[in-house]
Design a binder for this molecule. Structure first.
Ligand code: ATP
Ligand code: MG
Length: 417
C-alpha cells in the first residue's frame, strides 16, 4: 500500500487501534471511515467508530477469534467487534448493485478496492478513510467540503437520490445538526427527488426528522426545504399554509428536546388534533410520546398563568413533567416573539409551579391524603361514586376549601353526604 503524507493525527481509542493493528497483522487493509473521520475533522470527538476493510466477514471471524463478535449484517459484510467492551463495526469494502424502489440495492458486491467502497457512500464528508499510519484517503474532496462546511453528494446527486431517497433526508438532517450548507447541485436534486421519499419507511423518516428538528440549523433547513417534506407529510404541509419562516422560527425557539420540537413543528395542526395524532401514528411514534405531544398541542393556547388555584389545576391536568415542559415551551415562544410581559408572568408561574412540585403539593387524585378504602370505610360505594368523590375532594383541595390532610378530608367528605 502506497504511503501518503500523514498530515492528520487523531487521538484514537486503544480498542480501535488494536482492531486496526490486528487487521494489518493479518495482511489486510483497514481504515476508519464515515462519521468518525468527519467528526475528527470538525474537531468533535466521534460517538462511535466504523472501520472499512478488504477482509471478508469469514476472514474477520478468523482473525478476531479471541474477541466477541456480532454478525450485525452478514449480507452487507458488517461484523461488530467488541474490543474492551467497545463495539466497533467493521465492514467489508463493497459496491451496491442496482437499486429498486429508491431504497434497497438488489445486490451487494464485495470489492477489494477502497476507492469503490468510498464511491457508494452518500456525501463527500462521509466518504473519507483514515489510518493513523497511512493518513487520509480523500478520493472525493471530502476534506475541502468539510472545511467549507458543505454537504455534497458523492457523484451525480440526482442519481444518488434516485438510488436511495433516504439520502435526501440525511442531507437535510446533517445540514441541521452540523450547521453545514447543502451544495447547490445536491440541493436542487433534493427538491427534485423529494417525491421518492414515499418509498422510505416511516421509522426512518421519523428518526431523521427527530434529529433534524433538534439540530442547531433547523430554522434554515425548515424554511428552505419544507417542500421536501411535503410528499411524506402532506397534511402538515397544507396546514402550514406556506408560512414556513414563522413555523421554522418557532421550532428553533423552543427547548431542544424532541417533544418540544415536534410540538412546535406540529403547531399548524393544532386545530386538528385528530390529524396531528394520525400523523404521529403514521410516523410510528410510541404511544406515550404521541399522548404527550397531543396534550401539549391541546394546551397550546393555555395561558399557563393565573392564581395559585389555577396553577394547581394546571399541574393537575398535565402532570408535573409536562407542566414544566409547557411553561418552558411558552416562555421560549414569548421571548422569541419579544413579548416580555408574558415571558415575565410565565417565569413567575414556573417558580410557583416549581414550589408546588418541590413541596409535593397535591395536584392529582393520587396525591390526596386519603385513599378509596378510607372513603369505603365511611360507606362510599366503589366504582364511579368513589371516583367522583375523590375528584370532588381534589377540586376542594385545589380551590383551597380544605387542606390535604386525612382527618380534614374525611370530615369534608362526610359533611358533603
Ligand atoms: P452519525 O453521526 O449520524 O452516526 P454517520 O456518518 O456515521 O453519522 P451512519 O448512518 O452511522 O452515519 O452511517 C455510516 C456511514 O455509512 C456514513 O458515514 C456513510 O459513509 C455511509 N452511509 C450511511 N447511510 C448511507 C446511505 N443511505 N447511502 C450511502 N451511504 C450511507
Ligand atoms: Mg455512525
Amino acid at each position: 500500500m502506497q504511503k501518503e503524507k500523514n498530515t492528520f493525527c487523531f487521538p484514537l481509542p486503544v480498542p480501535v487501534l488494536a482492531v486496526l493493528h490486528r487487521l494489518h497483522m493479518a495482511g489486510y487493509e483497514g481504515f476508519l471511515v464515515g462519521g468518525c473521520v468527519r467528526d475528527f475533522l470538525r474537531g468533535v470527538t466521534p460517538h462511535d467508530y466504523d472501520l472499512t476493510t478488504n477482509a471478508l466477514p469469514a476472514d474477520m471471524h478468523r482473525m478476531f477469534a479471541g474477541y466477541r463478535l456480532i454478525d450485525t449484517g452478514i449480507k452487507h459484510g458488517t461484523v461488530t467487534v467488541l474490543a474492551d467492551g467497545m463495539p466497533i463495526e467493521v465492514t467489508t469494502y463493497r459496491v451496491d448493485g442496482d437499486y429498486r424502489d429508491s431504497r434497497h440495492p438488489t445486490e451487494v458486491r464485495f470489492t477489494a478496492n477502497l476507492r469503490e467502497d468510498v464511491a457508494r457512500r452518500d456525501f463527500t464528508m462521509n466518504a473519507l478513510a483514515y489510518h493513523p499510519d497511512l493518513g487520509m484517503r480523500d478520493y472525493v474532496d471530502g476534506c475541502a467540503d468539510i472545511a467549507a462546511r458543505r454537504i455534497r453528494a458523492v457523484g451525480e446527486p440526482r442519481r444518488r437520490f434516485e438510488e436511495d431517497a433516504l439520502r435526501i433526508l440525511r442531507a437535510l438532517r446533517f445540514s441541521s445538526v452540523l450547521d453545514f450548507s447543502i451544495e447547490e447541485e445536491t440541493a436542487v436534486a433534493a427538491h427534485a427527488c423529494a417525491h421518492l421519499l414515499k418509498n422510505i419507511s416511516a421509522e426512518r423518516i421519523h428518526e431523521e426528522l427527530r434529529k433534524l428538528l433538534c439540530g442547531q440549523n433547523v430554522q434554515t433547513v425548515l424554511t428552505t426545504y419544507a417542500d421536501v417534506l411535503a410528499p411524506v407529510l402532506p397534511a402538515w404541509y397544507c396546514a402550514a399554509r406556506g408560512d414556513f419562516a414563522t413555523l421554522a422560527a418557532r421550532v428553533a425557539a423552543v427547548p431542544n428536546d424532541p417533544i418540544s420540537r415536534f410540538t412546535a413543528f406540529l403547531l399548524p395542526l393544532g386545530d386538528d388534533l385528530t390529524t396531528a395524532d394520525g400523523l404521529m401514528a403514521d410516523l410510528r411514534f410510541d404511544r406515550r410520546t404521541r399522548e404527550r405531544i397531543g396534550k401539549l398541542l391541546a394546551h397550546r393556547k393555555d395561558p399557563c398563568t393565573g392564581d395559585l388555584a389555577a396553577l394547581r389545576r394546571f399541574v393537575a391536568g398535565l402532570g408535573g413533567e409536562d407542566a414544566r415542559l409547557l411553561l418552558a415551551f411558552h416562555w421560549a415562544l414569548a421571548v422569541a416573539e419579544g413579548d416580555h410581559d408574558r415571558a415575565e408572568s410565565l417565569t413567575r408561574a414556573a417558580k410557583t409551579v416549581e414550589g408546588l412540585l418541590q413541596k409535593g403539593a397535591c395536584c392529582t387524585v393520587r396525591d390526596l391524603a386519603v385513599r378509596g378504602e378510607d372513603l369505603a370505610a365511611l360507606g362510599c360505594p366503589t366504582g364511579k361514586p368513589m371516583g367522583d368523590a375523590l375528584r370532588a375532594l381534589l377540586a376542594a383541595v385545589l380551590d383551597g376549601r380544605v387542606e390535604n390532610e386525612k382527618e380534614q378530608l374525611l370530615a369534608y367528605f362526610q359533611a358533603q353526604q
